[in-house]
Design a protein around this ligand. Structure first.
Ligand code: BDR
Ligand code: CA
Length: 312
């Protein structure tokens, strides 16, 4: 039986790759995409989610718009990384279908209400606002959730959008604190792992050579994302953060991590959004999170990802 999955997302180049990978993976049944304000405003992430499912040839996959802003803070976007469209680098058509009228939160609650215990998983690729709202509004449904996998955080690597904070956690630290404290099986794919798991130099050419719309979109997105990364990090290629979280769900044997306590800093002006990881077990705090630190074979991982996406 495929694992039932809701993808909460703010596309975003790496979100787009994660969604394509999920839709290409028979181990998962994608029940729907829920969107959040993050890389770009909500209306744009929602349209982008529609664009990606239609590119994948899966127009029937439903997209539900969620939170327009973080729980407490002012919205913060990353157009400097992803371009004004959020997925710059390809001439995306206008989505053929609209997103659903139902709010993302209502969709999540309705889905969980009729679900068996521990039967629905969440892949969270943006600020964690929607999941925090779900856990606050319907705490009695938490037992229907099988596991939550988030892309977010950084401890050994520090931050990528503030000195001590990774973008997804920085944007809505209060939401992340709720999710990390929920007591639900949780895995984090932080920049500790992703920043050292770079796409192969051949990827752009490999996708372009497919000669398909998916190949052209992936090559174009990579070109844009990579050029931006070159300026910021000085690396020739890029980590596809969100796609690595999805890849962990499929091929966890290619990663290494540790079950430990992770807390979110919400108070400090200096380190707001920091993920404080008790990697060395210096406290008795609950081991609430599987923190992924390494990909053991990036070349093999990206080869597998390419094969899946190319086969869509
Ligand atoms: C995360 O921030 C976003 O820009 C990416 O889509 C990813 O989810 C990486 O820090
Ligand atoms: Ca994202």
């Amino acid at each position: 039986m495929p694992e039932k999955l809701i993808i909460d997302t703010d596309p975003g180049h790496d979100d787009a790759f994660a969604i394509l990978l999920a839709l290409a993976s028979p181990e998962f049944e994608v029940l729907g995409l829920t969107t959040v304000a993050g890389n770009v405003p909500l209306a744009v992430t929602t349209a982008n989610a529609r664009r990606v499912v239609e590119l994948a040839g899966r127009p029937e996959v439903r997209v539900f718009a969620g939170a327009e802003r973080p729980l407490l803070r002012a919205p913060m976007h990353a157009a400097d990384i992803h371009g004004d469209s959020g997925i710059d680098g390809y001439d995306w058509p206008v989505p053929a279908r609209p997103h659903e009228a139902e709010h993302a939160l209502d969709f999540m609650i309705r889905t969980l209400e009729t679900a068996a215990p521990a039967s629905i998983s969440f892949l969270v690729l943006g600020p964690e606002t929607n999941i925090a709202l779900l856990l606050r509004r319907a705490p009695h449904l938490a037992d229907r959730i099988r596991r939550i996998v988030v892309m977010g955080g950084g401890f050994f690597e520090g931050g990528n959008y503030a000195p001590a904070a990774e973008f997804n956690i920085l944007v809505d630290p209060e939401a992340a604190a709720i999710v990390f404290a929920a007591g639900i099986e949780l895995t984090a794919m932080p920049i500790d792992c992703t920043n050292r798991t770079l796409t192969p130099p051949s990827w752009i050419g490999d996708f372009r050579a497919l000669g398909t719309p998916i190949g052209a979109a992936c090559a174009g997105m990579m070109e844009f994302f990579q050029a931006n990364g070159n300026r910021k990090y000085g690396t020739a290629t890029r980590p596809l953060h969100d796609a690595l979280a999805m890849a962990w769900m499929i091929w966890s044997e290619l990663f290494a991590g540790r079950q430990c306590n992770v807390e979110i800093e919400t108070n400090s002006e200096l380190t707001r959004g920091a993920t404080v990881v008790d990697w060395w077990y210096r406290t008795d705090r609950p081991r609430n999170c599987l923190w992924i630190r390494d990909c053991t074979d990036p070349a093999d991982l990206y080869r597998r990802m390419f094969e899946r996406i190319a086969g869509l």
